[in-house]
Write a protein that binds this ligand. Sequence first.
Ligand code: ADP
Length: 429
Amino acid sequence: SGSVSASTIKQVKLERESELRIEVGNEMPLKLRLLNGSAEIFGSELAPEMWLTFPPRLKFAVFTWYGATIEMDGATETDYSADETPMVSYVNVHAVLEGRRNRAKASSPNDPEASQGPRVIVVGPTDSGKSTLSRMLLSWAAKQGWKPTFVDLDIGQGSITVPGSIAATPIEMPIDPVEGIPLEMPLVYFYGHTTPSNNVDLYKALVNELAQLLETQFDRNAESRAAGMVINTMGWIEGTGYELLLHAIDTFKANVVLVLGQEKLFSMLKAVAKSKPNVDVVKLQRSGGVVSRNAKFRQKARGYRIREYFYGLANDLSPHSNIANFSDLLVYRIGGGPQAPRSALPIGADPVANPLRVTPVNIDRDLLHMVLAVSYAKDPDQILSSNVAGFIYITDIDVQRKKITYLAPSAGELPSKYLIMGTLTWLET
Ligand code: ADP
């Protein structure tokens, strides 16, 4: 006996400059391979005949410049071919960036202006394909031997590390279509919330820190300076969100602004750039393949992202559960918190809480299910300006015995006892 499963293998022939858009089903992974021709996934070429396994819920497209046959094994939520894509305009942008990188490389490293490669910032509303375009530009550059720096300022749906963070990492190889951005050596700052409105000043302060640190790295490394950077941003483009975009453009000295699918944002940024002669603002079409994700999906995706940090995409990591005494760990919060009523303050004192003040947090049950960052700070004064080593997840607080149980990526002592708390929580399922 035993069940005989029907073959779920399916072949799709793609004409030149078309793509197969896929949403993997909710339960089972999907296997896929290139049978013949050539094809790429978000800028990363597929090796011939090699099966790749895509995890549930992943949404992606297999694009071909010259034609290809793709084979799939497994069920999808949707899959369809599309021959209208903005890929030609995207690759044209890549070609222009490539020219700038070559010019930067050829100039004297002593000329800081000329030796600086393109600093590209990708902006647009949520679900306009910003992360995807960033990824393609990075992979195409890496394929040609550059090591561009990827900067992700999206605290909601970032692709480098856990939500609530801003981060940067060099991209040395085309980005793996399944694994995504390698997590090896990212430079991470923990903001602690998934929307910038919680503490706009803190968000800006961390963007400043990250930009400064990258600037010193570029000063020392002509190769990465010439390769430039690609900066992904949040989908928040109105009001304060717009102000934060301008802040990011200035802080990172972006000289190419790519605006995806929003006429109004494009014309606003174009007007701003009139006073900045070396900033090019370019409008690009949104791909029809970009999948819209509602607030609930986003919320869920954040949870998966945290799970992935600890357990790996395919449950291939083994995080370690550790127990510490309350006195072993020092938890801090930045800004916010209860404000003293005006009546309790000395006359003339400002009742508004300092958004950048670092305050110690009492360890109690409130910490349960929080994701905390492990700071590289050696002193509380350094917490605001320090990047973080990684994250822990609080799984139990025993107030009586003053013990705290947490999940960490590995066993052993934490790199520092200074922990940063925000509002990032996770319910492990
Ligand atoms: P944004 O960064 O603007 O929020 P993303 O680049 O993350 O948007 O795209 C949203 C979703 O759509 C992602 O899951 C992405 O993988 C998917 N997606 C993007 N382009 C395509 C495409 N051409 N075909 C299928 N899915 C796509």
